[in-house]
Ligand binder design. Structure first.
Ligand SMILES: [Zn+2]
Length: 114
């Protein structure tokens, strides 16, 4: 079995999930930090929030990624480092469907070259 980690398998948390837990987006904007507990395997951590003015008006809340400090709507739990990371910390991360597409491409290329 490959040890490749796929996007599909990772525990993740979206800002809207947290907003739902605290009673809505407006309530979420009253907080500068949220306590995130994904599951038994993942450590619980405090994550800072940033509330930015939105081009449509109103404000959009973001997590401040504990790994790189960027604003992110989604944080993913990295089982290798036991840390929350945003998608941009992980350029190599792929969905299973993308991997299947890649393999199919390789097979076709091999068939053509022989
Ligand atoms: Zn990050």
């Amino acid at each position: 079995m490959s040890k490749t980690v796929f996007m599909d398998d990772l525990a993740r948390v979206h800002v809207l999930d947290v907003a739902r837990r605290v009673g809505g987006k407006r309530r979420l904007r009253e907080h500068s930090t949220v306590f995130i507990s994904l599951d038994d395997a993942a450590p619980s951590v405090d994550v800072h929030l940033e509330h930015r003015a939105c081009w449509r008006g109103g404000r959009q809340s973001y997590f401040i990624c504990p790994t790189c400090g960027s604003a992110a709507l989604i944080l993913l739990f990295d089982p290798m480092t036991s840390r929350l990371r945003c998608r941009s910390d992980w350029p190599e991360l792929r969905y299973r469907s993308q991997e299947r597409g890649q393999r199919r491409g390789d097979v076709i290329a091999n068939a053509v070259s022989t």
